[in-house]
Design a protein. Structure first.
Length: 95
């Protein structure tokens, strides 16, 4: 197993923190009654898709190389899109 370099470790930590904040926002809205239970998966999908879009814009703005070297915003965008697609799958399986 290959060890992560410092930039990759920092990017992975930032990705986990952002994901936790996004999850906390949706769960908080659900707990406070602002979000019906039927829309939780849809909200997860929407929030993570918007976060992925922002990561793509950030990576483009910073001209980060995609798929080479250290982990960066492109990898975070792919992760967030994967979570969004998984939330859509759950929504379609359990309407």
């Amino acid at each position: 197993m290959r060890r992560l370099d410092d930039r990759s470790r920092q990017a992975l930590t930032a990705c986990i923190i952002r994901a936790a904040m996004l999850i906390a926002c949706v769960v908080a809205a659900w707990i406070m009654g602002l979000l019906p239970s039927a829309q939780v998966c849809s909200s997860f999908s929407t929030v993570f898709t918007l976060a992925a879009t922002m990561d793509v814009l950030t990576a483009t703005w910073r001209r980060e190389p995609a798929g080479r070297g250290s982990l960066n915003n492109w990898d975070e965008a792919l992760t967030f899109n994967g979570v969004a697609m998984f939330a859509q799958l759950l929504q379609r399986l359990h309407p």
